[in-house]
Design a protein around this ligand. Sequence first.
Ligand SMILES: Nc1nc2c(c(=O)[nH]1)N[C@H]1C(S)=C(S)[C@@H](COP(=O)(O)O)O[C@H]1N2
Ligand SMILES: [Mo]
Length: 411
Amino acid sequence: MQNWLARVRRGYGKKLASLHSWNGYIVVILALTGLVLFQGMWRGILGEGRVIIRYIHIVVGIASLLPVVYYLLLASKHWKQLKGKIYQKANVLIVLGLLVGWLLSGLLLWQFRAVGPRWSNNALYVHDALTWVGLPYIIYHSVTRLKWLKEPHRRTVKTDDEKREIIHPAAGQPQAVMSRRAFIRVAVGAGIAVAVGPSFVKWLASSLSPGESIEKIVESDANNMVPLPQPLAASSPPVGGGSKGTFRIYTVTEIPKFDNNNFSFIIDGLVEKPVKWNWEQFVALKREVQVSDFHCVTGWSVYNNTWEGIKLKDFLKLVGVKPNAKTVKFYSGDGVYTDSLTLEQANMDDVMVAVLHDGKIIPSDLGGPVRLIVPKMYTYKSVKWLNRIELIDTDHIGYWEERGYDNDAWV
Ligand SMILES: Nc1nc2c(c(=O)[nH]1)N[C@H]1C(S)=C(S)[C@@H](COP(=O)(O)O)O[C@H]1N2
Ligand SMILES: [Mo]
């Protein structure tokens, strides 16, 4: 053991330097893939690519354990060398803390099925929070300490060549009020603050008071449906007490807009009496209220949603399913997204074609005026902008299932 450690520590300066740059590459890959996964915009552009990027993010994320462990083997020596250098010590601790925090929360997210929605929901929160704080810090750190910015004599990790080349600062030179390096440092800091600040504040505000952000989403509803559905007593105020958590707005297309002219709701295929309703007819259908949780497969959840709408099984009864029908296929009004349930799944009591959320019409961002809700399954089954239900006698592979998501969506 001792010999082995000694061997690891031999050539220590060079090792630490290359460890530092490997760690840098890993962080860059994780940052780029992570931001793509976080940004809803990329979902539509990438499609299938998103699943591959998620895979790369997970594999590289797990691999980030290697530089951490390797550093810990060298740490005692490095630590002695940093004696008295309080900022550099703090920097090492911050970066180690970030890496370990990202790694642990990332492992929970990766194993979302094993740990369950509560754990993965909290893990995603931690993962995001570390990113908002840590990424700007690391960008600042790396830009301001790039070789050409850094006085060689202050660098702690030096190759032997560099040690020989150390140039001692000339004595007696006049001190500028702000050196070029200090200026660049301030400029980089300001640049990062301007670039990341607004979305950071938005994220912070929405995670501190999730109620406020959903109010804004409802206010900015791009749909214009007349008349608005009148909520049942159980919906307003919502029996669930109001939803807890924040929806992330997901779409694979531009968010479609609906009004009375372009809205219709169709149930057809292998049914006795196909139907086609316009909005006035649809909004007059008798509705019911249910309270359920909403779990996205990427780790976030929204709890205690009070949904008001029509049970899917009642629709199926109404139109009369033909005996040869096997699958219920759902179409989104975005023209692209589809998903399906088996007839047996579709007849579960809590599968709902929803029109109101917490007593208000579902806004365009959240899939309104009509979306599917399948509480027992991950919410890629909960098709937004639902406008057609078709009964078919074959299987149907949905949008995300075709791109690598698990066909088994049970929470
Ligand atoms: N038409 C459509 N429906 C969709 C999606 C989508 O991109 N398009 N995303 C699904 C996924 S993966 C989730 S988690 C939820 C997100 O719902 P929200 O955008 O209202 O939060 O909608 C589901 N239904
Ligand atoms: Mo999702």
